[in-house]
Design a binder for this molecule. Structure first.
Ligand code: UDP
Length: 252
């Protein structure tokens, strides 16, 4: 432990280059995705990723609320990211704050670029992301969950979008930061990728990196996204494999 003023800060990398949870710099936290977990949503998914637990529910295309947001040429994509009061160590004040508004906006824009919105004029595609337990990287976990939920709802899109935060901890570029690394590291760079085209549809950055570090971080993030993409596809395969449909093949 080092210290800054009265605050103890953890040692983020040990002498063997291992991180506080024993991971190497290029390792993801354990990731589990389950599709179709909510009965009343058109599509849903639960993501358990390290100590994050994030639920996504999707509705639509459906009538637009509030009506004045309706667009005559395309569907509107409305994402609401919400962090539950009980999801973090220090109780978070319930309701929309600036942070959740910002995250909702960047996620809506990311999905608007992969959904065929022109096919559904005057409708809304609603994405609800509920963070039940948070340990850094929740906006990325939200994107990962929402992609699977959109596919579960049968809403056509170019591709699933995997997402991950890359960062700089103790001078090194690291994949998938956890809370202490996010808080005490030098930089945090959440990103979301469209694997089919290689296009990034979400990219934010907090902190500082050199140009070379940024290139290294983007490369590591893309590789991380491709691993996450496999888990997303597997979740959908599990949900829609014939064995998981009890009545499949049974005639009345
Ligand atoms: N966090 C918190 N209280 C808040 C907002 C965030 O404790 O009001 C924690 C939470 O664990 C979150 C982490 O700080 O995952 C990093 O937050 P950030 O804003 O970087 O977003 P995220 O990494 O979750 O996308």
């Amino acid at each position: 432990m080092g210290s800054v003023g009265a605050k103890e800060i953890p040692q983020l990398l040990d002498s063997n280059g291992k991180r506080i949870d024993g991971r190497g710099l290029e390792d993801l936290r354990p990731l589990k995705i389950e599709a179709g977990v909510l009965r009343r949503a058109d599509g849903s998914a639960l993501v358990e990723w390290g100590e994050n637990k994030v639920m996504a529910a999707v509705y639509g295309p459906r009538e637009v609320h509030p009506r004045h947001l309706q667009q005559t040429t395309k569907a509107v994509v409305q994402c609401r990211y919400n962090m539950a009061s009980f999801s973090v160590d220090e109780r978070k004040r319930p309701g929309l704050d600036r942070r959740s508004q910002e995250i909702s906006k960047v996620i809506s824009e990311a999905f608007e670029s992969v959904l065929f919105v022109e096919e559904y004029p005057r409708t809304s595609i609603d994405i609800y992301i509920e963070v039940l337990q948070a340990n850094a990287g929740t906006r990325c976990a939200g994107v990962v969950a929402a992609s699977v939920a959109l596919a579960d709802a049968g809403i056509p899109m170019v591709d699933l979008i995997p997402a991950v935060a890359v960062g700089k901890v103790a001078g090194k570029i690291a994949l998938d930061l956890k809370k202490e690394e996010d808080n005490y590291g030098e930089a945090d760079l959440p990103m979301a990728l469209v694997p089919r085209s290689g296009r990034l549809v979400l990219l934010q950055m907090e902190g500082h990196m050199t140009r070379e570090e940024l290139a290294q971080a983007l490369d590591l993030g893309v590789r991380g996204c491709l691993q996450i993409y496999q888990v997303q596809k597997e979740a959908l395969r599990t949900r829609y494999s014939l064995e998981s449909v009890p009545s499949a093949g049974v005639e009345a």
